[in-house]
Design a protein around this ligand. Structure first.
Ligand code: CNA
Length: 238
């Protein structure tokens, strides 16, 4: 595996057109559980499966239960970027990395200093009224009690893309653009199970696709380099 990490390090040294595409596994070393690992949210006890609670129809029907889950499971206080987030920010500052495309909603790439972050699924650090769309700070939504309400009486919701909702076309279009143009594409910490985001892999046209993920993914055979290790540990070596 050291050999594969060395190869990746060489690719990064040689390129100034690197793009990163990641998911929940990027933040597990910061203490945020992902969905599908053994200690992920899918394997924790809750009245409904996460993909049910995190759906638009559930939010509309049962916002109180949604908020119980949101505040208990999605909002984790005191989390900090780990070595993967920090190294990506560094590569951008060095003029080598063009964009971070993430499925995460935790804002940790920005906290690490990354500027060009495309959030495919939005962020729990922003909120708006589900009825009139007035923007709100996330503080009351994430840390208050009861249903956060807008002045208009509507329910305040996070700026995240819930299941059953389409992705933002502009963000998706920009993500496709960066992946198409990329020389080196690093995909990390994602099971590549959630569509349409996972389908982005298919837009890559280069010959240096590195996949860094603890477990196997449906795209392992598509990659030029596969590293099944913790992404923070890998990034501290590259
Ligand atoms: P997922 O389906 O839970 O997959 C995570 C993948 O990461 C798994 O294949 C793990 O093996 C792998 N993994 C876990 N820890 C590490 C690690 N330290 N190093 C390398 N690999 C690791 O999550 P996806 O992102 O693929 O699924 C997309 C969903 C999950 C998106 O809609 C996210 O919004 C959602 N999500 C986001 C967060 C977050 O913002 N931090 C947390 C939980 C879920």
């Amino acid at each position: 595996m050291q050999e594969a990490i060395r190869t990746l390090k060489n690719w990064l040294a040689e390129s100034d057109n690197i793009v990163f595409f990641g998911g929940a596994g990027v933040s597990t070393e910061s203490g945020i559980p992902d969905f599908r690992s053994v200690d992920g949210l899918y394997n924790q006890k809750w009245k409904y499966p996460p993909e049910t609670i995190l759906s638009a129809s559930f939010f509309a029907r049962n916002p109180e239960e949604y908020y119980r889950f949101h505040r208990e499971k999605l909002v984790i206080d005191g989390v900090k970027p780990n070595r993967a987030h920090l190294r990506l920010a560094e590569l951008e500052a060095e003029g080598k990395l063009r964009a971070v495309i993430t499925q995460n909603i935790d804002g940790l790439h920005q906290a690490a200093g990354s500027k060009n972050v495309l959030e495919l699924h939005g962020s729990i650090l922003r909120a708006h009224c589900a009825r009139c769309r007035k923007p709100y700070s996330a503080e009351r939504m994430n840390h208050g009690t009861g249903l956060p309400r807008c002045d208009c009486g509507g329910v305040i919701r996070p700026d995240i893309v819930l299941y059953e909702e389409p992705l933002d076309e502009d963000v998706m279009g920009r993500a496709i653009h960066y992946i198409r143009q990329a020389e080196v594409l690093i995909i990390g910490g994602t099971s590549l199970n959630v569509y349409p985001a996972a389908g982005l892999v298919r837009y890559y046209r280069g010959q240096r696709l590195a996949l860094v993920n603890l477990s196997e993914t449906p795209y392992d055979s598509f990659a030029d380099l596969v590293i099944h290790e913790k992404i923070g540990e890998v990034f501290s070596q590259i």
